[in-house]
Design a protein around this ligand. Structure first.
Ligand SMILES: NC(=O)c1ccc[n+]([C@@H]2O[C@H](COP(=O)([O-])OP(=O)(O)OC[C@H]3O[C@@H](n4cnc5c(N)ncnc54)[C@H](OP(=O)(O)O)[C@@H]3O)[C@@H](O)[C@H]2O)c1
Length: 337
């Protein structure tokens, strides 16, 4: 059984921890946090070994009666792979720690692309991460775009992608983020940095992206236009998407009109935390005009990268190929509605 450690137990870290626990070939070596808050209390309640991410803060945990399994170095030493899910920029500071113990590490999309040689999306470039020591699982938005681009490129060829990313102002628990009552071009200079990030997965892709931030918390929404190299009908594109395990085409009859209904649907389906690991593409929005494909998709920013982290663990440890890993991850999580 692979021992997987999680350094940074917040929005992404706690979801990846639960996903690791559900995998038949992995065990959770433990999780590391800096503060003894409600997430620390829940980690211990779940039976997850909890490690102090900052040694000077060990006593804070003792003061509120939370038992620690040790300090973060011990977690790194006992792990076959560490998933670093700390806030943007901290992962880069932690790289030396992982190197000290020769433990392969996965970083998240908030880290700069040049921190590692390999940025990762399971559907698009699993093989490039096989045996790598340091891999960045790309951001929620880049994951959402990569899952679309890979099958379209294979089936029809892509001349150019143009995508407008309508981004949530913050996650539901991020009380300090906004905007509260505004729509912000973000970044205001065009094109946005998201396109270059997609090119870390598809170096030869022509892509321009624009970003906005809106007062929403549940999902990002992408308005996507792909100029195709070969002719395709909307029905062919829809068929293609329906055969992809991490793309969910929202049926017209479901009456799902936005992010709120998607979340409610996921909760009704019994998804943990109402998570939606798949891209959600509105079936009615898939349209082809000449050689231009158009669609809208919603991306659940808190969870779409979770199955990607699980697959990246298998890639760096070389225990499975892409197809087997994706299938195993999907089955253990309960992917698909
Ligand atoms: N949320 C999203 O929508 C999303 C989507 C895709 C990718 N990402 C990326 O995933 C990464 C993590 O984001 P997140 O949203 O999960 O952040 P988050 O909710 O703030 O969680 C990060 C956790 O790391 C802990 N932490 C802080 N400093 C630490 C340190 N030095 N060592 C260990 N743990 C530390 C914090 O908890 P304590 O201080 O209490 O320990 C915090 O709860 C970022 O790179 C982000 O860009 C985020």
């Amino acid at each position: 059984m692979l021992q997987v450690g999680i350094n940074g137990y917040g929005t992404i870290g706690k979801r990846v921890a639960d996903a690791v626990v559900s995998q038949p070939d992995m065990e959770l070596a433990g999780v590391a946090k800096t503060r003894p808050n409600f997430e620390a209390e829940r980690a211990v309640a779940n039976g997850y070994p909890l490690f102090a991410a900052v040694p000077e803060r060990v006593e804070r945990f003792a003061a509120v009666g939370i038992d620690l399994a040790g300090e973060v170095d011990e977690l790194v030493e006992r792990s076959d792979v560490v998933v670093d899910a700390t806030p943007s920029g901290i992962g880069a500071e932690n790289k030396e720690l992982y190197e000290t113990y020769d433990t392969p590490a996965l970083y998240q999309g908030g880290e700069d692309a040049d921190l590692v040689k390999t940025s990762f999306n399971a559907r698009a470039n699993f093989s490039e991460a096989v045996g790598a020591d340091h891999v960045r699982v790309v951001s929620c938005n880049t994951t959402g775009l990569s899952r679309l681009v890979a099958p379209i490129e294979e089936a029809f060829g892509i001349e150019k992608v143009r995508a407008t990313l309508v981004r949530r102002g913050g996650d539901p628990a991020q009380s300090g983020r906004g905007p509260i009552n505004d729509v912000l071009p973000d970044p205001v200079s065009l094109p946005s940095h998201h396109g270059p990030d997609v090119k870390t997965i598809f170096p030869d892709l022509a892509i321009d992206t624009l970003g906005l931030k809106v007062p929403a918390t549940l999902t990002h929404t992408h308005s996507v236009n792909v100029s195709l190299e070969r002719e395709a009908s909307a029905a062919e594109v829809r068929d293609l998407f329906e055969n992809e395990s991490r793309l969910f085409v929202i049926g017209e009859d479901l009456g799902i009109d936005g992010s709120g209904a998607i979340k409610e649907f996921a909760l009704d389906a019994g998804r943990p935390r109402g998570d939606v690991w798949e891209n959600c593409i509105w079936g009615e929005s898939i349209a082809v005009e000449g050689s231009d494909l158009y669609l809208f998709q919603a991306i659940h920013q808190e969870s779409d990268v979770v199955p990607e982290n699980v697959d990246a663990v298998r890639a760096v440890t070389e225990i499975e190929d892409a197809e087997t890993s994706i299938e195993r991850t999907n089955e253990a999580l309960g992917m698909g509605f």
